[in-house]
Design a binder for this molecule. Structure first.
Ligand SMILES: Cc1cc2nc3c(=O)[nH]c(=O)nc-3n(C[C@H](O)[C@H](O)[C@H](O)COP(=O)(O)OP(=O)(O)OC[C@H]3O[C@@H](n4cnc5c(N)ncnc54)[C@H](O)[C@@H]3O)c2cc1C
Length: 374
């Protein structure tokens, strides 16, 4: 694969850069929820009206019908410009795109992409995180409805979302992954309640979600009855496929800021500091080459699968080393300095947990990618 932009891609990049220069919010991202949530929703709405959302999705579902290369250029330019994160978790929309009926796609995808309707992911439970197949929330049929009872935990944006993609047990207790079904649950349904959880960095990113005889129409089932594991695997593969050029651009930007701070503090020639920054640069280069390989896979139409666990591990290691280095450079001032470095450092610790822990990614790589016996 030729990694340079074609003339068309270069034109696309220039047009996007010009749009970003005009439209990127000038006011800083609020530090805490819910102000930050409203800020990122407003940003996604702006991106959507500019035609910069879901570039590689089919046009009939609100996408732009372009390819993975344009999608990658978009992520790269957003990262480079320091744009806010998207409000919607794209991997949840991908689940509807992949497993939804025509009616479901028509009903849910436009609101999802335009950020009029925000979704959250109701997978993890108090006793079911890594071992998701042991989940205990139940969905029992009653006429043309299902009645859901149980609890979800660590539901990101759960306090704010209008819809939750919920995994529930529809088979016997012992059925494990063969007895799970995915449902689209409006969060304003009677019997559903939410309680915000405060994270170590002080943020209110996620919630506990409780289901007390929550009744939803059977047509809200996503995929087949007891076919929820297939939906789960596809959703998680997209969630873990983090190694795109957007992350790289964001990390490069942060490393440039850290190097600038080191210079200002007279550490530019300090051997320990230069070695630490050099180590991050090496990780960034590995991430860059890995991202290019992944982009080349997508451009040649290879489906997204278990190998995205490698993406997630490489991304996690890079982010954690980068933020660790930031704290080393800033020292105790990290707690006071502007730029929110300590908060970012704390959040980087979560990278080896959300979307499945690093240990679980290694299990998947050994079992499903390398074919080694577990
Ligand atoms: C910031 C953040 C956002 C999140 N957002 C969401 C969300 O939106 N929706 C959602 O459903 N969930 C979400 N989660 C939950 C996340 O998916 C779970 O925390 C994660 O899967 C781990 O589950 P657990 O916390 O129950 O830990 P456990 O599964 O109890 O694991 C504890 C430890 O044991 C290790 N371990 C467990 N089993 C094995 C094994 N078989 N082999 C090796 N080691 C093992 C784990 O690696 C870990 O170190 C989020 C988590 C975080 C931190």
């Amino acid at each position: 694969m030729d990694l340079r932009d074609t003339p068309e891609e270069a034109e696309f990049r220039a047009r996007l850069r010009a749009w970003l220069a005009e439209n990127i919010p000038s006011e800083p991202e609020p530090e805490t929820m819910p102000a930050r949530f409203h800020y990122i929703v407003a940003w996604q709405k702006k991106l959507y009206s500019g035609g910069w959302v879901a570039l590689s999705w089919p046009r009939e579902y609100g996408g732009q019908g372009l390819g993975p290369v344009e999608e990658s250029i978009l992520n790269q330019e957003l990262g480079r410009a320091g744009a806010p994160a998207a409000a919607s978790f794209t991997f949840l929309g991908r689940s509807v795109l992949t497993h939804g009926t025509e009616e479901q796609k028509a009903r849910y995808l436009p609101g999802f992409l335009s950020a009029e309707e925000i979704w959250c992911q109701g997978f993890s439970e108090p006793e079911a995180g890594s071992d998701l197949a042991s989940l205990r929330t139940t969905a029992v049929p009653d006429g043309d409805e299902y009645v859901i009872n149980g609890q979800k935990l660590w539901t990101s944006r759960g306090s704010f979302a209008q819809f939750c993609l919920v995994l529930a047990r529809t088979g016997t207790k012992e059925s494990r992954h063969r007895g799970i079904t995915a449902f689209i649950v409006p969060t304003d349904t009677a019997g559903l309640s939410r309680r915000p959880l405060i994270m170590a960095n002080g943020d209110e990113e996620f919630a506990e979600v409780f289901f007390d005889n929550v009744r939803i129409p059977a047509e809200n089932m996503l995929g087949e009855l007891n076919g929820g594991w297939k939906v789960t695997q596809a959703t998680l593969a997209y969630e873990r496929g983090a190694a795109d050029l957007g992350y790289l651009a964001k990390y490069e930007r942060m490393l440039a800021q850290i190097s600038g701070i080191a210079d200002k503090r007279g550490l530019g020639e300090d051997p320990g500091t230069t070695e630490a920054i050099g180590r991050v640069l090496t990780y960034l280069e590995v991430l860059r080459l890995h991202s290019m390989r992944r982009l080349s896979d997508r451009a040649s139409g290879r489906p997204v699968g278990a190998e995205t666990s490698i993406d997630k591990l490489v991304m996690t290691q890079t982010e954690q080393l980068l933020l660790h280095t930031a704290l080393d450079v800033l020292g105790p001032e990290a707690m006071l300095a502007t730029g929110g470095w300590f908060k970012k450092y704390l959040y980087s610790r979560a990278a080896s947990i959300y979307g499945g822990t690093s240990q679980i990614q290694r299990n998947i790589i050994s079992g499903r990618v390398l074919g080694l016996a577990e």
